[in-house]
Design a protein around this ligand. Structure first.
Ligand code: NI
Length: 196
C-alpha cells in the first residue's frame, strides 16, 4: 500500500523516534508498504517518521546510484544489492573523511543541497525477522543510511546547511509547509490550503 509522505514542517519529522518492540504487529507488512511508498516516489530511502510513524525503522535501496560511471565495479555491485530494511539501528562508529554529496529528501521536494558526512558508518540493527546484525557501510550506501538515520533522530538535511543557505531557500521551505509545491506522489502537508 502506498502511504502519503509527510512534508517538511510536520512536527513528527523533528521528533526522536521510539524503539520498535519485538512483538510489533505486522512489521513485515509495514516494511513492505514503506518500500512500495519509496519506489512509487522514486526515492532511495524512506524513514518511518516520513509516513507519520515515530518509530525507529528505515528502508533503503540505493541501486539507482549504480549507474554512475565513476564508480568501481565493486561499488556498483554493492549498490545493486543495497535493498535493505533497518529496525532499531544504532550507530556504533563513524569513520573516514567528511565528503559532500548533493542530497534531497522525499519530505522536502524540489530542494537539494551539498551535505558533508563521513565516508564510513558502522551500525547495529535488526532485520525484518528481528535478527541482530552489525555491519559497516561505505560510500553511497553509508551516505543514504546516514541521511535516513538522521530522520529517526529528528534531523533533516536542511538542519545541516549554513544559515545563509537556509535563508536562500526559506521561501521554498515555507511553500512546502502549505503544499505549494508540485510533486508526483502523495504527500501530507502540515498547513495545506484547501483546494476547490
Ligand atoms: Ni529524507
Amino acid at each position: 500500500m502506498i502511504l502519503p509522505i509527510v512534508a517538511y514542517g510536520d512536527p513528527i519529522l523533528k521528533k526522536v523516534a521510539e524503539e520498535v518492540p519485538e512483538n510489533f504487529e505486522n512489521l513485515k507488512g509495514l516494511v513492505a508498504d514503506m518500500f512500495e511508498t519509496m519506489y512509487n516516489a522514486n526515492g532511495v530511502g524512506l524513514a518511518a517518521p516520513q509516513i507519520g510513524k515515530s518509530i525507529r525503522i528505515f528502508v533503503i535501496d540505493p541501486s539507482p546510484f549504480a549507474d554512475d560511471e565513476e564508480l568501481s565495479k565493486e561499488e556498483k555491485e554493492e549498490l545493486k544489492k543495497g535493498k535493505k530494511a533497518f529496525i532499531n539501528p544504532q550507530v556504533v562508529k563513524r569513520n573516514g573523511e567528511d565528503w559532500a554529496f548533493s542530497e534531497g529528501c522525499l519530505s522536502i521536494p524540489g530542494i537539494t543541497e551539498d551535505i558533508f558526512r563521513p565516508e564510513e558508518i558502522t551500525l547495529t540493527y535488526r532485520d525484518e525477522d528481528f535478527n541482530p546484525h552489525t555491519e559497516t557501510f561505505t560510500g553511497l550506501m553509508a551516505r543514504v543510511i546516514q541521511h535516513e538515520y538522521d530522520h529517526i533522530e529528528g534531523i533533516l538535511f536542511t538542519d545541516k546547511i549554513s544559515s545563509l543557505k537556509k535563508r536562500l531557500i526559506k521561501n521554498k521551505l515555507n511553500n512546502i509547509v502549505i503544499g505549494k509545491v508540485s510533486v508526483d506522489y502523495r504527500m501530507r502537508f502540515p498547513k495545506a490550503k484547501k483546494r476547490h
